[in-house]
Design a binder for this molecule. Structure first.
Ligand SMILES: Nc1ncnc2c1ncn2[C@@H]1O[C@H](COP(=O)(O)OP(=O)(O)OP(=O)(O)O)[C@@H](O)[C@H]1O
Ligand SMILES: [Mg+2]
Length: 372
């Protein structure tokens, strides 16, 4: 997939701005605060219908305005065009229109434009909370499989309904696990099982790719593993539903007091094990960075395999992450196969890493307001 053109209306600091891009490497250059990350954010909106920096869409509306619009002209590997328009208004919310046809559900859109992002705001897989780590997997699987995304949304809806019922029961002094809970939980565990099955399948396949990139990108000789520790440990999937149901029942009184369901994939844990240790408390800064880079390229490779379509890489402030040697490896890796957007305050410094050798590198200098 490549993005040929982008138009931003009333988005962040842009009132009306048109960009044309190269099919390979695009450097978005400009001083701090010039609007580089906002361009990546707009592309992220067109792919995942949301920002990676905020959950509050109105923050992205240009100051004093009522709406923003983003237009993207994409081309897939079969040379079919995809014209995507995302509108957000304070009064009418969000709408996504593809080739003139409005998307009825977000789940119909996610996955059409496979992207991978590396950004100081989005990379918390190695050092973030468990919830941030889970969202790393959920974001990949949701782009890869529509069924996963639809199932995840339904699971979350049922889970929050269950939590609300726990609160209501507690207020009314009802403290028995009754037939109503049993029937709801029997349905809930079916959604839980599907999430579990996808995640375990992902772990197997992703680890092979991740370990391979980690070896390629780093000079670190330790082994690495992306490990999911499921909240429900069942040695086979057939047993999963039974175990999960039993734990929901056993923990009912406790959950009633907290008003929260303590069993299920919403508490799966993710650890990245470097050598013998969990990287979060033990990893050095450099180890975190290299692991994050290997993770996002593995994410890209995994998505490409599933979608059979080249992904677009958004690399925000890449050079804050890397030294010259690692930059060189990225250059070699990116080659000519993918479209990449890299933001940088100093492009001269960036080019010295060898990016200018790539045939189709292009510099878009937004700091001065012109396209070179
Ligand atoms: N809704 C908005 N309306 C107008 N201006 C905004 C809005 N949101 C952010 N800005 C401005 O946009 C600029 C930030 O844009 P962005 O983060 O894209 O810059 P950047 O070039 O990536 O900067 P840096 O190099 O520091 O990362 C800031 O000056 C900020 O004040
Ligand atoms: Mg920025």
């Amino acid at each position: 997939m490549i993005l040929k053109e982008l138009k931003l209306l009333k988005f962040r600091r842009y009132s009306d701005r048109y960009f044309q891009f190269n099919q390979n490497i695009n450097f978005i250059s400009g001083i701090n605060g010039s609007g580089k990350t906002s361009v990546l954010e707009a592309i992220h909106y067109l792919s995942l219908t949301k920002s990676f920096r905020t959950n509050i869409n109105s923050e992205a509306i240009n100051d004093g305005q009522k709406y923003f619009q983003i237009f993207g002209n994409f081309l897939n590997k079969q040379s079919l065009g995809l014209l995507i328009n995302l509108n957000y208004s304070r009064t009418d919310g969000k709408r996504v229109i593809v080739n003139g046809i409005p998307e009825t559900r977000v789940s119909d859109h996610i996955g059409k434009i496979p992207i991978v992002i590396l950004s100081p705001d989005s990379v918390h897989v190695t050092d973030g909370t468990q919830s941030e780590r889970r969202s790393f997997i959920d974001k990949i699987l949701s782009q890869a499989f529509q069924e996963y995304f639809v199932n995840l949304l339904e699971f979350r809806r049922r889970l929050s309904a269950r939590n609300q019922t726990l609160i209501d029961y507690f207020k009314k002094g009802k403290n028995h696990y009754d037939a109503f809970f049993e029937s709801q939980d029997e349905l809930l565990v079916q959604y839980a099982l599907k999430i579990h099955t996808y995640r375990m399948g992902f772990q197997r396949e992703f680890n092979l790719i991740f370990q391979d990139y980690f070896r390629q990108f780093s000079h670190i000789s330790k082994t690495v593993e992306f490990r999911i520790i499921p909240n429900i440990e069942a040695d086979d999937e057939e047993k999963y539903e039974g175990f999960c149901l039993r734990r929901l029942k056993e923990n009912f009184r406790r959950d009633l007091i907290s008003g929260r369901t303590s069993t299920g994939p919403q508490y799966d844990e993710i650890k990245i094990i470097l050598g013998e240790h969990d990287i979060k408390p033990f990893g050095s800064q450099g180890e975190h960075k290299i692991t994050q880079i290997a993770l996002i390229f593995a994410e890209g490779k995994y998505l490409e395999k599933i979608k059979d379509e080249p992904v677009i890489y958004l690399l925000d402030d890449l050079f804050a992450y890397l030294d010259a040697r690692h930059c060189q490896k990225i250059v070699d890796f990116i080659g000519k196969h993918n479209q990449v957007f890299i933001t940088a305050t100093d492009v001269k410094e960036t080019l010295q890493y060898g990016f200018e050798k790539l045939k189709d590198a292009m510099v878009i200098d937004i700091g001065e307001g012109k396209i070179k």
